[in-house]
Write a protein that binds this ligand. Structure first.
Ligand SMILES: [Mn+2]
Length: 328
């Protein structure tokens, strides 16, 4: 079947189902949440009554999205939907508690763009060329003849904006920009969405960034930047651990830096370490030396020991990685 035939099949199936649930993965990102809301709002415009299911906490930066009031907590569901639409989820296990719904639903529809998707649905539309699941939901909404409005458009724009890192990542295509352009004609305000999603942070996190930046030390002729955060700094800034997210980018973005490291104190003798690389270093391999892992340009591990020894071991392994490259 071609993609066009599958999407028509999916549209038909959704329209004729007695009940439709819409869900996404736990620890949802912007694409995940906004895709669920866009499809929910779209189907409601068509006179359907989909159940948008919340199976995890929605991060506060997405609190501005239209349609959040339609979310129903997983625990409050009274019956299993006949059809379950799963969005932006490569693997059924990532539904967390929502996994059970997928086993009980008559039909599972899997709409996604992850290359690792396990094709767990009865109907699968996995388009790895799509920058965001929001692009696929856009196609589905169009195909179903649903009149787009500014609320749906805001959700779809947010989905594409977040998964392309603000149209910066290499998954960004002319299609992403074309869809985004159309969404703007419907009334989306790009500056406001960007501000909500990327440029809003709490005072405590802002203070934490300041403290963390102060700790940056540079090694290996400017190629390595090491940042450090301990429990005392978190306390002083009034921050919780989730505010450590994204901190490492301030070290990575320094001109000339190839590998950035963030050492986070967990307890007296235990540290969580995050790695980012810019161009050529496979940091998952470095993290692997310490029993961790991840992606080529983003990885992490946990190391036990004293801070000085931990830092020394990390710097040695990073230097080994540079030497391996020179040895090519
Ligand atoms: Mn996505």
């Amino acid at each position: 079947m071609t993609k066009g035939m599958i999407i028509s099949d999916i549209a038909r199936h959704i329209s004729s189902s007695k009940s439709v649930g819409i869900i996404t993965h736990i620890m949802p990102d912007g694409d995940a949440i906004a895709s669920v809301l866009a499809l929910t709002l779209g189907l409601r415009k068509k006179g359907l009554h989909p159940i948008a299911i919340r199976n995890d906490v929605i991060p506060k930066e997405y609190g501005f999205l239209p349609g959040l009031n339609h979310l129903t907590d997983l625990d409050d569901l009274h019956e299993y939907p006949e059809t379950l639409v799963v969005l932006d989820c490569g693997d059924i296990e990532r539904l967390g508690q929502g996994c059970e719904l997928a086993t009980k639903a008559g039909t599972v529809i899997n709409l996604d763009h992850h290359i690792s998707n396990t094709m767990f649905g009865n109907l699968n539309l996995v388009d790895t060329g799509a920058a965001a699941t929001g692009e696929i939901v856009y196609q589905l909404i169009k195909l179903m003849g649903i009149d787009m409005d500014v609320d749906i458009a805001t959700c779809l724009y947010t989905a594409i904006l977040t998964d392309t890192g603000g149209f910066k990542y290499d998954n960004t295509t002319w299609i992403s920009h074309t869809i985004a352009g159309e969404l703007i004609t419907l009334g989306v305000k790009p500056n406001l969405v960007s501000q909500m999603v990327f440029d809003t942070r709490t005072l405590s996190k802002t203070k934490l960034i300041g403290k963390a930046i102060d700790t940056i030390k540079i090694y290996h002729d400017g190629k390595t930047a090491v940042m450090y955060v301990d429990r005392h700094m978190l306390e002083q800034a009034g921050s919780s651990r989730d505010e450590l997210e994204g901190l490492i980018n301030f070290a990575r973005d320094i001109q000339g830096v190839e590998v950035a490291v963030l050492i986070k104190e967990v307890s007296d003798q235990q540290f969580k370490v995050g790695f980012r690389s810019k161009e050529y270093t496979d940091v998952s391999r470095i993290a692997g030396v310490f029993g961790g892992g991840g992606h080529k340009k983003a990885a992490g591990c946990t190391i036990n020991g004293g801070l000085t020894a931990v830092r020394k071991k990390l710097l040695e392994e990073i230097e080994n990685a540079y030497n391996r490259r020179e040895g090519i």
